[in-house]
Design a protein around this ligand. Structure first.
Ligand code: FES
Length: 393
């Protein structure tokens, strides 16, 4: 319930374009797992050349920041046939093709070989997740965690599985999900490849505890659904690193700067979308420095807050926005915590911590979302005061 300390007035639900808002915020995402290996001949190049080539590759990949969410991982020491994973998440397939071309067009690209690649898309499951019905919502938006390890494999079920009555498959999935619940430190990301790629699914497990994942996989072998697995290899064990560190793991002189904090306090801005595409009542997911930002147009006023609810990471971009005479509130779709869109403060519900807010700027009809400046920056940045969240279109 919204607290309104002014004269009583019924909160007004956004009435404009709710279907369009739902369509935009609930859009499915494309996912690509690209595994690269490097020709040993590269390791025999002069050190200076190796460093230059890694820097160039780093800049090339970082140039795609606005087009996709990209997480780098190293497989040095875990597999024989690949050394680098670029986990890519985008709103369309084209950025994957453009990034692949850009990578192979760099000097080090002549030494890189794509060892394997898996293309997939997010989708709601046809099976009910009985005790956590809201969990399925997250399947449309991939949100990598900060976990240190990622375990990935392509997955194919047997054809007889698909001939079983749905109720029978649901019962087996209930058992399967029940086993997964015993390992809360392992987060599963399932994406779908039917018709897009050779496998049917790509499953990616994030955890800080590889032994939990091992125990989970072993226990899943004993479930009835396991009888209907046709393929669940190769299995890739990946270690999360920064992009520079993952490139350093390939060999050559180090380009990663040790102890440099990820957030150096400088403002960062990204282009979100043309302003006329974000109509009143609509929301959009934007990636900024690897973080998901939910951008809202609430009756002509723009707001940007962290997409991840501070309670249990529910996707706020899919939440309902309510406009009151005092401001705008978003309700988390999972457990209904409410946040003030202008300040990020908790207004009501189970959340206890606020969510981060971001700056907004509209330049020549294009919406930009930016990080908040540090205090130091704020003192000398006149711009920062002019574009706080709550910008009018
Ligand atoms: S995830 Fe629980 S209220 Fe948002």
């Amino acid at each position: 319930m919204i607290r309104d300390t002014s004269r009583p007035q019924a909160p007004r639900q956004l009435s404009t374009a709710p279907d369009a808002r739902r369509r935009l915020s609930a859009k499915r995402q494309y996912v690509r797992f690209a595994f690269y290996t490097i020709d040993p001949a590269w390791r025999r190049l002069p050190a200076e050349q190796q460093a230059e080539q890694k820097q160039e590759l780093l800049a090339t990949i970082e140039g795609f920041d606005r087009r996709m969410l990209l997480r780098p991982y190293s497989l040095m020491g875990t597999r024989a046939d690949t050394e680098l994973l670029l986990w890519q998440i985008a709103e369309s397939i084209e950025p994957f093709q453009e990034l692949a071309t850009a990578i192979l067009s760099t000097p080090i690209g002549g030494y890189l070989r794509l060892a394997s690649s898996y293309l997939s898309q997010t989708k709601r499951s046809i099976y009910e997740i009985r005790d956590h019905p809201d969990e399925d919502r997250e399947r449309l938006i991939v949100s990598p965690s900060e976990a240190k390890y990622l375990f990935i494999y392509p997955f194919v079920k047997t054809r007889p599985w698909y001939q079983l009555p749905l109720a029978e498959r649901q019962a087996m999935m209930d058992e399967h999900i029940g086993v997964g619940r015993k390992y809360p430190a392992v987060k599963l990301n399932t994406t779908y490849s039917f018709g897009l790629d050779d496998q049917e699914f790509v499953v990616a497990f994030e955890t800080d505890e590889p032994s939990d994942f091992l125990d989970l996989v072993q226990e899943l072998r004993e479930t009835r659904a396991s009888l209907y697995t046709l393929q669940d290899t190769p299995l890739y064990s990946c270690i999360r690193l920064s992009l520079a560190e993952a490139l350093d793991a390939l060999g050559g002189p180090k380009i990663a700067r040790p102890s440099v904090p990820e957030d150096d306090g400088a403002e960062v801005w990204v282009e979100a979308c043309p302003a006329d595409l974000l109509e009143p009542g609509m929301s959009k997911l934007v990636y900024l420095k690897g973080q998901q930002v939910a951008l809202f147009n609430a009756d002509g006023t723009l707001y940007a807050v962290s997409n991840r609810c501070s309670h249990a990471r529910g996707p706020l971009s899919e939440g309902e926005v309510t406009v009151t005479r005092d401001g705008c509130v978003v309700t988390c779709p999972w457990h209904h915590a409410q946040f003030d869109l202008a300040t990020g403060a908790v207004v009501d519900g189970v959340a206890s911590a606020p969510v981060t807010t971001y700056q907004i700027n509209v330049v020549e009809g294009v919406i930009y979302v930016g990080t908040k400046p540090t205090d130091r920056e704020a003192g000398r940045s006149a711009r920062s005061h002019a574009h706080e969240a709550g910008a009018k279109l």
